[in-house]
Design a protein around this ligand. Structure first.
Ligand code: HEC
Length: 155
C-alpha cells in the first residue's frame, strides 16, 4: 500500500512538473525570449540594453540633488546633440523614460557604440538619425544622476 501511495505521489509530481512547463512555454516571457534570441540577445538585453547594467535597478522617489547634478552634466555633454522636446542630432529625450527602461537608458549612455551595433531598436535609431552617439566619458554614478534628471523632466 505504501508503495502504491508513493507511486501515486510521484505521478502527481510528474504531472505537475509537466503542466508547469507547458504554462511557461505559452507565457509572454518565452515569446520575449524567442524574439531576443532572434537578435542574438538575452531577453534582459532586449528589454534593458547591453552594457555594464546587467540587473534591474530599484528606483525610489526622484532624488532632486542627483537630478541637479544630472542636469549640469546633461547641459555640458548631451545638449550638443539632444533637446528635450524636439528631434535634433539625436532623439528628443523628455519622454525617453516612458519609452525605455531605466537600465536601457543607462546602458545607452554608458555603452552607446555596442548598443548601436547589437540592439535592434538602437540600430533603427541609427538609420533614422544617421549619427552614431558616442561615449561621453560618463561614470556609472554620473549616468545615474542623468537618469534622475530625465525622470524629473518627464511629464
Ligand atoms: C554626437 C551626438 C550625441 C551625443 C553627444 C549624445 N547623444 Fe544620445 N543619441 C544620439 C543619437 C544619434 C542617438 C540615436 C542612436 C544612434 O544613432 O546612435 C542617441 C540616443 C540616445 C538615447 C536613446 C533614446 C531612445 O529614444 O531610445 C539616450 C537615452 C541618449 N541618447 C542619451 C544621451 C545622453 C544622456 C547624452 C549625454 C551623456 C547623450 N545622449 C549624448 C546622439 C548623441
Amino acid at each position: 500500500m505504501k508503495k502504491i501511495i508513493s507511486a501515486l505521489f510521484l505521478i502527481t509530481l510528474f504531472v505537475n512538473a509537466c503542466g508547469g512547463e507547458k504554462t511557461d512555454i505559452s507565457s509572454g516571457d518565452s515569446a520575449k525570449e524567442k524574439l531576443a534570441q532572434k537578435f542574438g540577445l538575452t531577453s534582459f538585453e532586449y528589454e534593458n540594453g547591453i552594457g555594464p547594467v546587467k540587473e534591474k535597478i530599484t528606483l525610489g522617489q526622484i532624488d532632486m540633488i542627483k537630478s541637479k547634478t544630472g542636469e549640469k552634466i546633461f547641459t555640458e555633454k548631451c545638449t550638443q546633440c539632444h533637446k528635450l522636446d524636439e528631434r535634433y542630432t539625436g532623439p528628443a529625450l523628455r519622454d525617453v523614460i516612458s519609452r525605455r527602461t531605466p537600465e536601457f537608458i543607462l546602458n545607452q549612455i554608458l555603452n552607446p557604440e555596442e548598443m548601436t551595433k547589437r540592439h535592434p531598436e538602437v540600430k533603427k535609431m541609427l538609420a533614422q538619425y544617421a549619427t552614431q552617439m558616442t561615449f561621453q566619458n560618463i561614470s556609472e554614478d554620473d549616468a545615474k544622476s542623468i537618469l534622475e534628471y530625465l525622470r524629473s523632466v518627464n511629464k
